[in-house]
Design a protein around this ligand. Structure first.
Ligand code: ATP
Ligand code: BTN
Length: 321
């Protein structure tokens, strides 16, 4: 399937005969493989009598040898999949096999991509980045304070380096351009909370997605923001380089060293907001974050700190924000 996709990836017409020759199969076998490919990837393959088959647009696939070489230098192993349920789920399974870490999992698509609080992350084939980094953490979960905020900051930095300047953060770790979501982060933990544990840093970035009937909130992508398609291999390499840099400094100094920088990129700094916590809603004004990544809100006359994965922030007085 991979070979057929590679042949078609230039977006040009390929006759059934030429495809058959390249794959060493008959024309009817080519037809079957094309149908299977369409089913597996969701990509509609165009067929024109007398000219052959083509993809609607050219695509650049993830390049496993190139990515492996780039990550070797940092001592990270990498697995590249054509399809997986969720790169986070796969990273968790690989942790259970006691493989060498850090280990990065990326995939062309996710069939059950997950967002926060059991929500779905829309993950079409070869359009976006689905990235999960598995790490071993010594000294218990206390070492992970503020990590998800730090990862958000690293994503914003990577986007800036790649020319997407308008991206900012929404506490705890959404990456938005204006009110539109460009990337999301999901950390998953396993192991002994007080001793050796493992964390999977899951990052979903909309890279070349230009339309979607599935995403049910306001969203954008790197391509929509920059006007050009991006090579996802470059995005992976750049993200890993920035993340590695930020993680090294985070291990040494903790999140508190990044607090100011994080607040500078917080889109809702000093804004009136409502914090949703289950059924309750707390109105306040964003003061910033604390050393552990908790949200500091001015509620009435007091500054209160909020943390935990079940919290959601909304701008006050702006429906749908
Ligand atoms: P919060 O609850 O913190 O305010 P949120 O509304 O973005 O943030 P999350 O749980 O962080 O909710 O993210 C999951 C949501 O993201 C999904 O419910 C869906 O609306 C949206 N979503 C799913 N896939 C994508 C995607 N590829 N790009 C942008 N948004 C997506
Ligand atoms: C959110 O904003 O709700 C978090 C979305 C996280 C999506 C990424 S895509 C890679 C990794 N694998 C998953 O199943 N989820 C995360």
């Amino acid at each position: 399937m991979q070979t057929l996709l590679k042949l078609l990836s230039n977006g040009e017409f390929h006759s059934g005969e030429a495809l058959g020759r390249a794959l060493g199969v008959s024309r009817s076998a080519v037809w079957k493989k094309l149908q299977q490919l369409q089913l597996e990837t969701g990509i509609e393959i165009h067929k024109v009598r007398g000219r052959g088959y083509k993809l609607p647009n050219p695509i650049v696939l993830l390049n496993e040898p190139w990515l492996t070489e780039r990550h070797d230098a940092a001592g990270w192993d990498i697995r590249v999949y054509n399809a997986i349920d969720s790169t986070n789920a796969e990273a968790m399974r690989l942790i259970a096999q006691a493989l060498k870490l850090p280990l990065l999992v990326v995939s062309e698509q996710q069939t059950a991509g997950r967002g926060r609080r059991g929500r779905k992350w829309v993950s079409p084939f070869a359009e976006n980045l689905y990235y999960s980094l598995a790490l071993r953490i010594e000294g218990g979960m206390k070492q992970l304070e503020g990590l998800s905020l730090l990862v958000g900051l690293a994503v914003v930095k990577m986007l800036q380096e790649m020319g997407i300047s308008g991206a900012g953060l929404k506490w705890p770790n959404d990456i938005l351009v204006g009110r539109k979501k460009l990337a999301g982060i999901l950390l998953e933990l396993t192991g002994d909370p007080a001793d050796v544990c493992h964390v999977v840093i899951g990052i979903g970035i909309n890279v070349n997605m230009r339309s979607s009937e599935e995403v049910d909130q306001s969203w954008t992508s790197m391509a929509l923001e920059s006007g050009v398609d991006q090579d996802r291999n470059q995005v992976v390499a750049r993200l890993s380089a920035v993340l590695n840099r930020y993680l090294t400094s985070y291990y040494a100094k903790g999140f508190k060293a990044f607090k100011d920088e994080w607040e500078q990129h917080h889109l809702w700094q000093n804004e009136p907001v409502t914090l949703l916590a289950g059924q309750s809603a707390i109105n306040g004004v964003v003061v910033g974050v604390d050393d552990a990544g908790g949200l500091r809100l001015m509620v009435g006359q007091d500054v209160q700190v909020f943390s935990g994965g079940e919290l959601s922030l909304r701008l006050r007085g702006q429906p749908g924000s």
